[in-house]
Write a new protein. Structure first.
Length: 558
Protein backbone atom coordinates (compact mmCIF):
# COMPACT_ATOMS: atom_id res chain seq x y z
CA UNK A 1 0.00 0.00 0.00
CA UNK A 2 1.07 3.58 -0.56
CA UNK A 3 1.84 5.27 2.76
CA UNK A 4 2.72 8.75 1.59
CA UNK A 5 2.84 10.78 -1.59
CA UNK A 6 4.96 13.94 -1.89
CA UNK A 7 4.58 16.25 -4.89
CA UNK A 8 6.67 19.37 -5.59
CA UNK A 9 6.29 21.90 -8.43
CA UNK A 10 3.93 19.63 -10.32
CA UNK A 11 1.27 21.41 -12.44
CA UNK A 12 -0.53 23.72 -9.99
CA UNK A 13 0.84 21.88 -6.95
CA UNK A 14 3.64 23.76 -5.21
CA UNK A 15 4.47 21.44 -2.33
CA UNK A 16 2.12 18.76 -1.11
CA UNK A 17 2.46 15.69 1.11
CA UNK A 18 -0.48 13.29 1.54
CA UNK A 19 -0.39 10.37 4.00
CA UNK A 20 -2.61 7.40 3.12
CA UNK A 21 -4.15 4.64 5.22
CA UNK A 22 -5.39 1.12 4.62
CA UNK A 23 -8.86 0.46 3.28
CA UNK A 24 -10.77 2.88 1.11
CA UNK A 25 -9.83 6.54 0.73
CA UNK A 26 -11.79 9.02 -1.40
CA UNK A 27 -10.58 12.29 -2.86
CA UNK A 28 -13.36 14.82 -3.42
CA UNK A 29 -13.53 18.46 -4.43
CA UNK A 30 -14.79 20.75 -7.11
CA UNK A 31 -13.91 20.19 -10.76
CA UNK A 32 -10.48 21.58 -11.61
CA UNK A 33 -9.21 21.55 -8.02
CA UNK A 34 -6.43 19.15 -8.89
CA UNK A 35 -7.77 15.69 -7.99
CA UNK A 36 -6.66 14.11 -11.27
CA UNK A 37 -3.29 15.83 -10.99
CA UNK A 38 -2.60 13.75 -7.89
CA UNK A 39 -3.47 10.59 -9.82
CA UNK A 40 -1.19 11.76 -12.66
CA UNK A 41 1.62 12.08 -10.11
CA UNK A 42 1.02 8.51 -8.93
CA UNK A 43 1.07 7.37 -12.53
CA UNK A 44 4.49 8.93 -13.03
CA UNK A 45 6.10 7.09 -10.13
CA UNK A 46 4.59 3.91 -11.59
CA UNK A 47 6.46 4.55 -14.84
CA UNK A 48 3.97 6.70 -16.75
CA UNK A 49 5.10 8.90 -19.62
CA UNK A 50 6.68 12.12 -18.35
CA UNK A 51 6.51 15.56 -19.90
CA UNK A 52 8.04 18.96 -19.18
CA UNK A 53 4.44 20.29 -19.31
CA UNK A 54 4.01 18.84 -15.83
CA UNK A 55 6.58 21.27 -14.38
CA UNK A 56 5.07 24.21 -12.48
CA UNK A 57 5.67 27.62 -14.06
CA UNK A 58 8.88 29.18 -12.79
CA UNK A 59 10.41 25.88 -11.58
CA UNK A 60 13.30 24.02 -13.20
CA UNK A 61 12.00 20.58 -12.31
CA UNK A 62 9.13 18.73 -10.68
CA UNK A 63 9.57 15.99 -8.10
CA UNK A 64 7.29 13.14 -7.04
CA UNK A 65 8.02 10.66 -4.29
CA UNK A 66 5.92 7.72 -3.16
CA UNK A 67 6.53 5.57 -0.10
CA UNK A 68 5.00 2.08 -0.26
CA UNK A 69 4.67 -0.69 2.31
CA UNK A 70 5.35 -3.96 0.44
CA UNK A 71 6.48 -6.47 3.08
CA UNK A 72 3.82 -9.02 2.03
CA UNK A 73 4.30 -8.58 -1.71
CA UNK A 74 6.46 -11.45 -2.99
CA UNK A 75 6.29 -10.16 -6.58
CA UNK A 76 7.95 -6.89 -5.54
CA UNK A 77 10.61 -8.75 -3.51
CA UNK A 78 11.40 -10.98 -6.51
CA UNK A 79 11.54 -7.97 -8.84
CA UNK A 80 13.95 -6.06 -6.56
CA UNK A 81 16.24 -9.08 -6.25
CA UNK A 82 16.20 -9.68 -10.02
CA UNK A 83 17.20 -6.07 -10.71
CA UNK A 84 19.81 -5.83 -7.96
CA UNK A 85 17.89 -3.26 -5.92
CA UNK A 86 18.35 -3.37 -2.16
CA UNK A 87 15.13 -3.94 -0.17
CA UNK A 88 14.48 -1.66 2.80
CA UNK A 89 12.62 -3.47 5.60
CA UNK A 90 9.39 -3.86 3.68
CA UNK A 91 9.53 -0.28 2.42
CA UNK A 92 9.69 0.80 -1.19
CA UNK A 93 10.52 4.44 -1.91
CA UNK A 94 10.19 5.61 -5.50
CA UNK A 95 11.38 9.07 -6.54
CA UNK A 96 11.10 10.73 -9.92
CA UNK A 97 12.33 14.12 -11.09
CA UNK A 98 11.55 15.66 -14.47
CA UNK A 99 13.73 18.58 -15.64
CA UNK A 100 12.93 21.22 -18.21
CA UNK A 101 15.78 19.80 -20.30
CA UNK A 102 13.71 16.63 -20.63
CA UNK A 103 15.99 14.62 -18.36
CA UNK A 104 14.39 12.14 -15.96
CA UNK A 105 15.95 11.00 -12.68
CA UNK A 106 14.33 7.87 -11.26
CA UNK A 107 15.27 6.15 -8.01
CA UNK A 108 14.05 3.09 -6.16
CA UNK A 109 15.20 2.93 -2.54
CA UNK A 110 17.79 5.58 -3.40
CA UNK A 111 19.23 3.59 -6.32
CA UNK A 112 19.16 5.17 -9.79
CA UNK A 113 17.00 3.23 -12.26
CA UNK A 114 15.56 3.75 -15.72
CA UNK A 115 11.97 4.67 -16.49
CA UNK A 116 11.73 1.19 -18.03
CA UNK A 117 12.34 -0.29 -14.57
CA UNK A 118 9.61 1.97 -13.14
CA UNK A 119 7.19 0.77 -15.82
CA UNK A 120 8.00 -2.84 -14.95
CA UNK A 121 7.54 -2.49 -11.19
CA UNK A 122 4.52 -0.17 -11.55
CA UNK A 123 1.87 -2.90 -12.04
CA UNK A 124 2.96 -4.55 -8.78
CA UNK A 125 2.40 -1.46 -6.65
CA UNK A 126 -0.40 0.60 -8.17
CA UNK A 127 -3.23 -0.17 -10.58
CA UNK A 128 -4.82 3.02 -11.94
CA UNK A 129 -8.27 2.87 -13.51
CA UNK A 130 -9.67 5.90 -15.27
CA UNK A 131 -12.81 6.49 -17.25
CA UNK A 132 -11.08 5.52 -20.49
CA UNK A 133 -8.19 3.48 -19.17
CA UNK A 134 -9.13 0.17 -17.60
CA UNK A 135 -5.57 -1.07 -17.90
CA UNK A 136 -5.09 -4.70 -17.01
CA UNK A 137 -8.65 -5.89 -17.37
CA UNK A 138 -9.02 -4.26 -20.79
CA UNK A 139 -5.91 -5.86 -22.29
CA UNK A 140 -6.75 -9.22 -23.89
CA UNK A 141 -3.18 -10.38 -23.30
CA UNK A 142 -3.88 -10.30 -19.54
CA UNK A 143 -7.08 -12.33 -19.54
CA UNK A 144 -5.37 -15.73 -19.46
CA UNK A 145 -3.13 -14.63 -16.60
CA UNK A 146 -6.16 -13.40 -14.65
CA UNK A 147 -7.98 -16.69 -15.18
CA UNK A 148 -4.91 -18.65 -14.01
CA UNK A 149 -4.64 -16.45 -10.93
CA UNK A 150 -8.27 -17.06 -10.13
CA UNK A 151 -7.83 -20.83 -10.60
CA UNK A 152 -4.45 -21.09 -8.92
CA UNK A 153 -5.68 -23.58 -6.34
CA UNK A 154 -7.12 -25.90 -8.99
CA UNK A 155 -4.14 -25.59 -11.32
CA UNK A 156 -1.79 -26.32 -8.43
CA UNK A 157 1.69 -27.19 -9.65
CA UNK A 158 0.53 -28.29 -13.11
CA UNK A 159 1.27 -25.02 -14.87
CA UNK A 160 4.68 -24.59 -13.22
CA UNK A 161 5.75 -28.11 -14.25
CA UNK A 162 4.47 -27.52 -17.79
CA UNK A 163 6.26 -24.19 -18.18
CA UNK A 164 9.56 -25.66 -16.99
CA UNK A 165 9.25 -28.54 -19.46
CA UNK A 166 8.24 -26.11 -22.21
CA UNK A 167 11.43 -24.07 -21.66
CA UNK A 168 13.53 -27.24 -21.92
CA UNK A 169 11.61 -28.25 -25.05
CA UNK A 170 12.22 -24.88 -26.71
CA UNK A 171 15.92 -25.06 -25.84
CA UNK A 172 16.19 -28.51 -27.44
CA UNK A 173 14.15 -27.37 -30.43
CA UNK A 174 16.47 -24.42 -30.96
CA UNK A 175 19.47 -26.76 -30.78
CA UNK A 176 17.98 -29.22 -33.28
CA UNK A 177 16.98 -26.40 -35.67
CA UNK A 178 20.48 -25.01 -35.42
CA UNK A 179 21.93 -28.38 -36.37
CA UNK A 180 19.48 -28.86 -39.23
CA UNK A 181 19.84 -25.33 -40.60
CA UNK A 182 23.61 -25.43 -40.32
CA UNK A 183 24.14 -29.11 -41.05
CA UNK A 184 26.03 -28.46 -44.30
CA UNK A 185 28.36 -25.93 -42.68
CA UNK A 186 28.72 -28.21 -39.66
CA UNK A 187 29.66 -31.24 -41.78
CA UNK A 188 32.12 -29.14 -43.81
CA UNK A 189 33.80 -27.86 -40.65
CA UNK A 190 33.97 -31.34 -39.12
CA UNK A 191 35.55 -32.65 -42.37
CA UNK A 192 38.08 -29.82 -42.36
CA UNK A 193 38.98 -30.33 -38.70
CA UNK A 194 39.25 -34.10 -39.20
CA UNK A 195 41.63 -33.58 -42.16
CA UNK A 196 43.75 -31.14 -40.17
CA UNK A 197 43.77 -33.47 -37.18
CA UNK A 198 44.99 -36.41 -39.28
CA UNK A 199 47.56 -34.28 -41.11
CA UNK A 200 49.15 -32.99 -37.90
CA UNK A 201 48.82 -36.32 -36.09
CA UNK A 202 50.58 -38.24 -38.90
CA UNK A 203 53.54 -35.84 -38.72
CA UNK A 204 54.27 -36.94 -35.12
CA UNK A 205 55.89 -33.64 -34.26
CA UNK A 206 57.88 -33.11 -31.08
CA UNK A 207 58.97 -29.87 -29.44
CA UNK A 208 62.62 -28.97 -30.29
CA UNK A 209 62.70 -31.36 -33.25
CA UNK A 210 63.11 -28.69 -35.89
CA UNK A 211 66.11 -27.08 -34.19
CA UNK A 212 67.86 -30.50 -33.88
CA UNK A 213 67.27 -31.30 -37.55
CA UNK A 214 68.56 -27.92 -38.70
CA UNK A 215 71.78 -28.45 -36.70
CA UNK A 216 72.27 -31.93 -38.13
CA UNK A 217 71.64 -30.71 -41.66
CA UNK A 218 74.17 -27.91 -41.20
CA UNK A 219 76.85 -30.47 -40.32
CA UNK A 220 76.04 -32.72 -43.25
CA UNK A 221 76.03 -29.84 -45.72
CA UNK A 222 79.51 -28.74 -44.44
CA UNK A 223 81.00 -32.27 -44.47
CA UNK A 224 83.96 -31.54 -46.81
CA UNK A 225 84.96 -28.37 -45.00
CA UNK A 226 84.87 -30.18 -41.67
CA UNK A 227 86.88 -33.10 -43.07
CA UNK A 228 89.63 -30.84 -44.52
CA UNK A 229 89.96 -28.80 -41.33
CA UNK A 230 90.17 -31.90 -39.12
CA UNK A 231 92.89 -33.50 -41.30
CA UNK A 232 95.07 -30.38 -41.34
CA UNK A 233 94.62 -29.89 -37.61
CA UNK A 234 95.69 -33.52 -36.99
CA UNK A 235 98.77 -33.08 -39.18
CA UNK A 236 99.84 -30.01 -37.22
CA UNK A 237 99.36 -31.81 -33.96
CA UNK A 238 100.79 -35.24 -34.84
CA UNK A 239 103.09 -34.97 -37.90
CA UNK A 240 105.73 -37.74 -38.04
CA UNK A 241 108.58 -35.38 -38.71
CA UNK A 242 107.58 -32.26 -36.82
CA UNK A 243 104.43 -31.73 -34.74
CA UNK A 244 103.13 -29.52 -31.99
CA UNK A 245 102.78 -32.30 -29.42
CA UNK A 246 106.43 -33.49 -29.79
CA UNK A 247 107.81 -29.97 -29.77
CA UNK A 248 105.79 -28.91 -26.72
CA UNK A 249 106.90 -32.12 -24.96
CA UNK A 250 110.58 -31.40 -25.71
CA UNK A 251 110.24 -27.82 -24.49
CA UNK A 252 108.58 -29.06 -21.29
CA UNK A 253 111.44 -31.54 -20.69
CA UNK A 254 114.08 -28.83 -21.04
CA UNK A 255 112.32 -26.51 -18.64
CA UNK A 256 111.84 -29.26 -16.06
CA UNK A 257 115.65 -29.36 -15.68
CA UNK A 258 115.76 -25.79 -14.38
CA UNK A 259 112.34 -25.33 -12.77
CA UNK A 260 113.76 -25.73 -9.26
CA UNK A 261 116.23 -22.95 -9.73
CA UNK A 262 113.75 -20.10 -9.98
CA UNK A 263 110.01 -19.72 -9.39
CA UNK A 264 109.63 -18.00 -12.75
CA UNK A 265 111.08 -21.10 -14.48
CA UNK A 266 108.69 -23.29 -12.48
CA UNK A 267 105.66 -21.25 -13.63
CA UNK A 268 106.84 -21.48 -17.26
CA UNK A 269 107.35 -25.23 -16.89
CA UNK A 270 103.74 -25.61 -15.56
CA UNK A 271 102.36 -23.66 -18.51
CA UNK A 272 104.23 -25.92 -20.97
CA UNK A 273 103.10 -29.00 -19.07
CA UNK A 274 99.45 -27.86 -19.31
CA UNK A 275 99.87 -27.08 -23.01
CA UNK A 276 101.47 -30.49 -23.67
CA UNK A 277 98.65 -32.48 -22.08
CA UNK A 278 95.96 -30.22 -23.68
CA UNK A 279 97.51 -30.78 -27.12
CA UNK A 280 97.56 -34.51 -26.47
CA UNK A 281 93.83 -34.47 -25.57
CA UNK A 282 93.03 -32.28 -28.58
CA UNK A 283 94.93 -34.68 -30.84
CA UNK A 284 92.88 -37.61 -29.51
CA UNK A 285 89.62 -35.80 -30.09
CA UNK A 286 90.50 -34.78 -33.64
CA UNK A 287 91.58 -38.35 -34.40
CA UNK A 288 88.29 -39.70 -32.97
CA UNK A 289 86.24 -37.17 -35.00
CA UNK A 290 88.05 -38.19 -38.19
CA UNK A 291 87.34 -41.85 -37.53
CA UNK A 292 83.60 -41.17 -36.89
CA UNK A 293 83.10 -38.66 -39.69
CA UNK A 294 81.06 -40.13 -42.52
CA UNK A 295 79.10 -38.47 -45.28
CA UNK A 296 75.47 -39.81 -45.26
CA UNK A 297 73.67 -38.48 -48.34
CA UNK A 298 70.53 -40.50 -47.56
CA UNK A 299 70.31 -39.00 -44.07
CA UNK A 300 70.55 -35.50 -45.56
CA UNK A 301 67.62 -36.31 -47.87
CA UNK A 302 65.58 -37.60 -44.91
CA UNK A 303 66.32 -34.43 -42.94
CA UNK A 304 65.39 -32.19 -45.88
CA UNK A 305 62.09 -34.04 -46.34
CA UNK A 306 61.29 -33.85 -42.66
CA UNK A 307 62.03 -30.12 -42.54
CA UNK A 308 59.85 -29.64 -45.61
CA UNK A 309 56.93 -31.35 -43.79
CA UNK A 310 57.44 -29.01 -40.85
CA UNK A 311 57.58 -25.99 -43.18
CA UNK A 312 54.27 -27.01 -44.81
CA UNK A 313 52.56 -27.41 -41.42
CA UNK A 314 53.97 -24.09 -40.19
CA UNK A 315 52.53 -22.34 -43.23
CA UNK A 316 49.05 -23.66 -42.30
CA UNK A 317 48.90 -23.91 -38.55
CA UNK A 318 51.53 -21.78 -36.78
CA UNK A 319 54.91 -20.12 -36.81
CA UNK A 320 56.60 -22.87 -34.82
CA UNK A 321 56.23 -26.55 -33.93
CA UNK A 322 54.99 -25.44 -30.50
CA UNK A 323 52.17 -23.36 -32.05
CA UNK A 324 51.22 -26.24 -34.37
CA UNK A 325 50.96 -28.60 -31.41
CA UNK A 326 48.83 -26.04 -29.52
CA UNK A 327 46.49 -25.74 -32.52
CA UNK A 328 46.34 -29.54 -32.71
CA UNK A 329 45.25 -29.68 -29.08
CA UNK A 330 42.47 -27.13 -29.76
CA UNK A 331 40.95 -28.93 -32.74
CA UNK A 332 41.20 -32.24 -30.90
CA UNK A 333 39.05 -30.85 -28.08
CA UNK A 334 36.54 -29.29 -30.51
CA UNK A 335 36.20 -32.52 -32.48
CA UNK A 336 35.69 -34.50 -29.30
CA UNK A 337 33.04 -32.09 -27.98
CA UNK A 338 31.09 -31.54 -31.21
CA UNK A 339 31.09 -35.15 -32.33
CA UNK A 340 30.13 -36.23 -28.82
CA UNK A 341 27.22 -33.77 -28.53
CA UNK A 342 25.78 -34.05 -32.02
CA UNK A 343 26.41 -37.61 -33.04
CA UNK A 344 22.90 -38.22 -34.28
CA UNK A 345 20.47 -35.45 -35.26
CA UNK A 346 17.78 -38.06 -35.92
CA UNK A 347 17.89 -39.20 -32.29
CA UNK A 348 17.57 -35.62 -31.10
CA UNK A 349 14.63 -35.08 -33.46
CA UNK A 350 12.93 -38.18 -32.06
CA UNK A 351 13.49 -36.91 -28.53
CA UNK A 352 12.05 -33.54 -29.51
CA UNK A 353 8.90 -35.19 -30.84
CA UNK A 354 8.54 -37.25 -27.65
CA UNK A 355 8.80 -34.11 -25.50
CA UNK A 356 6.25 -32.33 -27.70
CA UNK A 357 3.78 -35.19 -27.22
CA UNK A 358 4.30 -35.07 -23.46
CA UNK A 359 3.78 -31.28 -23.47
CA UNK A 360 0.56 -31.70 -25.44
CA UNK A 361 -0.77 -34.08 -22.80
CA UNK A 362 0.11 -31.68 -19.99
CA UNK A 363 -1.32 -28.70 -21.89
CA UNK A 364 -4.61 -30.52 -22.58
CA UNK A 365 -4.92 -31.36 -18.90
CA UNK A 366 -4.28 -27.71 -17.98
CA UNK A 367 -6.84 -26.62 -20.57
CA UNK A 368 -9.43 -28.96 -19.07
CA UNK A 369 -8.80 -27.47 -15.60
CA UNK A 370 -9.08 -23.96 -17.05
CA UNK A 371 -12.44 -24.72 -18.63
CA UNK A 372 -13.70 -25.81 -15.22
CA UNK A 373 -12.30 -22.68 -13.57
CA UNK A 374 -13.84 -20.53 -16.32
CA UNK A 375 -17.31 -21.91 -15.58
CA UNK A 376 -16.99 -20.90 -11.93
CA UNK A 377 -15.59 -17.50 -12.88
CA UNK A 378 -18.44 -16.84 -15.32
CA UNK A 379 -20.99 -17.67 -12.65
CA UNK A 380 -19.35 -15.46 -10.00
CA UNK A 381 -18.88 -12.47 -12.30
CA UNK A 382 -22.49 -12.61 -13.46
CA UNK A 383 -23.48 -12.69 -9.79
CA UNK A 384 -21.39 -9.53 -9.24
CA UNK A 385 -22.94 -7.88 -12.30
CA UNK A 386 -26.42 -8.71 -11.03
CA UNK A 387 -25.64 -6.94 -7.76
CA UNK A 388 -24.72 -3.91 -9.88
CA UNK A 389 -28.15 -4.03 -11.56
CA UNK A 390 -26.98 -5.77 -14.70
CA UNK A 391 -29.15 -8.86 -14.15
CA UNK A 392 -29.38 -9.66 -17.86
CA UNK A 393 -25.62 -9.57 -18.46
CA UNK A 394 -23.93 -12.72 -19.74
CA UNK A 395 -20.19 -13.10 -19.15
CA UNK A 396 -18.23 -15.72 -21.08
CA UNK A 397 -14.63 -16.87 -21.13
CA UNK A 398 -13.95 -17.55 -24.80
CA UNK A 399 -11.31 -20.22 -25.53
CA UNK A 400 -9.27 -20.46 -28.73
CA UNK A 401 -6.91 -23.41 -29.14
CA UNK A 402 -3.44 -22.43 -30.29
CA UNK A 403 -0.10 -24.07 -30.95
CA UNK A 404 1.96 -24.92 -27.88
CA UNK A 405 3.12 -21.78 -26.04
CA UNK A 406 4.61 -21.07 -22.63
CA UNK A 407 1.00 -20.91 -21.35
CA UNK A 408 -0.22 -24.12 -22.97
CA UNK A 409 -2.74 -24.54 -25.78
CA UNK A 410 -5.16 -21.81 -24.70
CA UNK A 411 -5.73 -18.26 -25.80
CA UNK A 412 -8.69 -16.69 -24.03
CA UNK A 413 -10.68 -13.49 -24.16
CA UNK A 414 -13.45 -12.23 -21.93
CA UNK A 415 -16.79 -11.80 -23.75
CA UNK A 416 -19.90 -9.99 -22.52
CA UNK A 417 -23.50 -9.39 -23.49
CA UNK A 418 -25.44 -6.71 -21.57
CA UNK A 419 -28.77 -6.92 -23.37
CA UNK A 420 -31.26 -9.76 -23.73
CA UNK A 421 -31.08 -11.47 -27.12
CA UNK A 422 -27.56 -10.24 -27.95
CA UNK A 423 -24.71 -12.70 -28.21
CA UNK A 424 -21.62 -12.01 -26.06
CA UNK A 425 -18.95 -9.88 -27.74
CA UNK A 426 -15.33 -9.12 -26.76
CA UNK A 427 -15.15 -7.12 -23.55
CA UNK A 428 -12.78 -4.65 -25.20
CA UNK A 429 -15.55 -3.65 -27.62
CA UNK A 430 -17.82 -2.38 -24.81
CA UNK A 431 -18.02 1.40 -25.10
CA UNK A 432 -20.75 2.55 -22.72
CA UNK A 433 -19.06 4.43 -19.87
CA UNK A 434 -21.62 3.50 -17.21
CA UNK A 435 -21.70 -0.15 -18.22
CA UNK A 436 -17.93 -0.34 -18.53
CA UNK A 437 -17.52 1.04 -15.01
CA UNK A 438 -19.80 -1.61 -13.56
CA UNK A 439 -18.22 -4.41 -15.57
CA UNK A 440 -14.77 -3.32 -14.49
CA UNK A 441 -15.82 -3.17 -10.84
CA UNK A 442 -17.41 -6.62 -11.04
CA UNK A 443 -14.21 -8.05 -12.51
CA UNK A 444 -12.03 -6.14 -10.06
CA UNK A 445 -14.09 -7.39 -7.11
CA UNK A 446 -13.39 -10.95 -8.21
CA UNK A 447 -9.74 -10.51 -9.11
CA UNK A 448 -8.62 -8.16 -6.34
CA UNK A 449 -8.66 -11.05 -3.89
CA UNK A 450 -6.05 -12.94 -5.96
CA UNK A 451 -3.92 -10.07 -7.30
CA UNK A 452 -0.95 -8.84 -5.29
CA UNK A 453 -1.09 -5.19 -6.39
CA UNK A 454 -0.66 -2.97 -3.32
CA UNK A 455 -2.89 -0.02 -4.31
CA UNK A 456 -5.84 0.32 -6.67
CA UNK A 457 -6.78 3.78 -7.90
CA UNK A 458 -10.20 4.60 -9.37
CA UNK A 459 -10.27 7.92 -11.20
CA UNK A 460 -13.97 8.87 -11.57
CA UNK A 461 -14.93 5.37 -12.72
CA UNK A 462 -18.42 6.05 -11.36
CA UNK A 463 -19.16 8.66 -14.02
CA UNK A 464 -22.51 8.21 -15.75
CA UNK A 465 -24.32 6.40 -12.93
CA UNK A 466 -26.63 7.50 -10.13
CA UNK A 467 -29.25 6.30 -7.66
CA UNK A 468 -29.22 2.64 -6.73
CA UNK A 469 -26.43 1.88 -9.25
CA UNK A 470 -24.24 4.49 -7.57
CA UNK A 471 -24.85 2.84 -4.20
CA UNK A 472 -24.02 -0.56 -5.64
CA UNK A 473 -20.79 0.79 -7.11
CA UNK A 474 -19.90 2.30 -3.74
CA UNK A 475 -20.39 -1.11 -2.11
CA UNK A 476 -18.17 -2.79 -4.69
CA UNK A 477 -15.35 -0.29 -4.32
CA UNK A 478 -15.46 -0.67 -0.54
CA UNK A 479 -15.42 -4.45 -0.91
CA UNK A 480 -12.30 -4.24 -3.08
CA UNK A 481 -10.72 -2.17 -0.30
CA UNK A 482 -10.83 -5.24 1.94
CA UNK A 483 -8.15 -6.91 -0.20
CA UNK A 484 -6.15 -3.94 -1.49
CA UNK A 485 -5.76 -0.31 -0.51
CA UNK A 486 -8.21 1.71 -2.63
CA UNK A 487 -7.90 5.37 -3.60
CA UNK A 488 -10.91 6.81 -5.35
CA UNK A 489 -11.68 10.15 -6.99
CA UNK A 490 -15.42 10.50 -7.05
CA UNK A 491 -18.32 12.91 -7.53
CA UNK A 492 -20.82 10.45 -6.05
CA UNK A 493 -21.89 11.13 -2.45
CA UNK A 494 -22.70 7.43 -1.99
CA UNK A 495 -19.08 6.52 -2.75
CA UNK A 496 -17.68 9.30 -0.56
CA UNK A 497 -19.87 8.31 2.40
CA UNK A 498 -18.77 4.67 2.40
CA UNK A 499 -15.04 5.49 2.44
CA UNK A 500 -12.86 4.91 5.51
CA UNK A 501 -10.98 8.18 4.90
CA UNK A 502 -11.91 11.29 2.93
CA UNK A 503 -9.64 14.03 1.59
CA UNK A 504 -10.94 17.33 0.28
CA UNK A 505 -8.99 18.95 -2.56
CA UNK A 506 -9.34 22.64 -3.31
CA UNK A 507 -7.54 25.46 -5.09
CA UNK A 508 -6.29 28.54 -3.27
CA UNK A 509 -4.51 31.67 -4.44
CA UNK A 510 -1.35 32.54 -2.53
CA UNK A 511 1.11 35.26 -3.56
CA UNK A 512 -0.84 35.64 -6.80
CA UNK A 513 -0.28 31.96 -7.64
CA UNK A 514 -2.90 29.23 -7.78
CA UNK A 515 -2.02 26.08 -5.89
CA UNK A 516 -3.71 22.89 -4.76
CA UNK A 517 -4.33 22.17 -1.07
CA UNK A 518 -5.41 18.81 0.38
CA UNK A 519 -7.00 18.32 3.80
CA UNK A 520 -8.28 15.23 5.56
CA UNK A 521 -11.88 15.83 6.61
CA UNK A 522 -13.25 15.44 10.09
CA UNK A 523 -16.68 13.86 10.59
CA UNK A 524 -18.34 17.28 10.62
CA UNK A 525 -16.45 18.39 7.54
CA UNK A 526 -17.41 15.16 5.78
CA UNK A 527 -21.09 15.94 6.43
CA UNK A 528 -20.70 19.36 4.80
CA UNK A 529 -18.73 18.01 1.85
CA UNK A 530 -21.14 15.17 1.13
CA UNK A 531 -24.02 17.64 1.45
CA UNK A 532 -22.30 19.80 -1.18
CA UNK A 533 -21.93 16.75 -3.41
CA UNK A 534 -25.65 16.03 -2.99
CA UNK A 535 -27.00 19.50 -3.69
CA UNK A 536 -24.28 21.50 -5.40
CA UNK A 537 -23.55 25.08 -4.30
CA UNK A 538 -26.58 25.52 -1.97
CA UNK A 539 -26.14 23.36 1.10
CA UNK A 540 -29.33 23.19 3.20
CA UNK A 541 -30.13 21.58 6.50
CA UNK A 542 -32.05 18.94 4.58
CA UNK A 543 -29.04 18.00 2.48
CA UNK A 544 -26.92 17.90 5.65
CA UNK A 545 -29.39 15.50 7.20
CA UNK A 546 -29.25 13.39 4.05
CA UNK A 547 -25.44 13.42 4.23
CA UNK A 548 -25.51 12.33 7.87
CA UNK A 549 -27.87 9.54 6.93
CA UNK A 550 -25.54 8.32 4.17
CA UNK A 551 -22.58 8.31 6.59
CA UNK A 552 -24.62 6.60 9.27
CA UNK A 553 -25.82 3.89 6.90
CA UNK A 554 -22.27 3.35 5.64
CA UNK A 555 -20.97 2.84 9.19
CA UNK A 556 -23.86 0.57 10.04
CA UNK A 557 -23.33 -1.67 7.04
CA UNK A 558 -19.56 -1.83 7.43
Amino acid sequence: MIQELTVQDFAIISNLTIPFREGMTVLTGETGAGKSIIIDAMGLIAGGRGSIDYIRDGAEKCRIEGSFFVSDNEDVATFLEKNGIEPSDGQLVIQREIYRTGRNNCRINGQLVTTKILREIGPYIVDIHGQNEHQELMHVSNHLHLLDQYGMQQLGNELTVYQEKFKNYMSLKEHVNHLLNNEKEFVQRMDMLTFQYKEIESAQLTNGEEETLIEERRKLMNFQKIMDSLKKTYQYLDNEELNAVTLSGAAMTEMEQIETIDDEYAETTELLRTAYYSLQEATGRVSSSLEQLEMDDERLIVIENRLDVIRQLKRKYGDSVGEILEYFKGISEELSEELGNTTDVNKLTEKLEQEKNELNKLAKNISQIRHGVAKVLEKNIMKQLASLYMEQAIFKVNFIETELTINGLDKIEFYLSTNVGESPKPLTKIVSGGELSRIMLALKTIFSATQSVTSIVFDEVDTGVSGRVAQAIAEKIHQIGKYSQVLCITHLPQVAAIADTQYFIRKVVKDNRTQTVVNELTETERVNEIARMLSGADVTELTKEHAKELLSLAKKDH
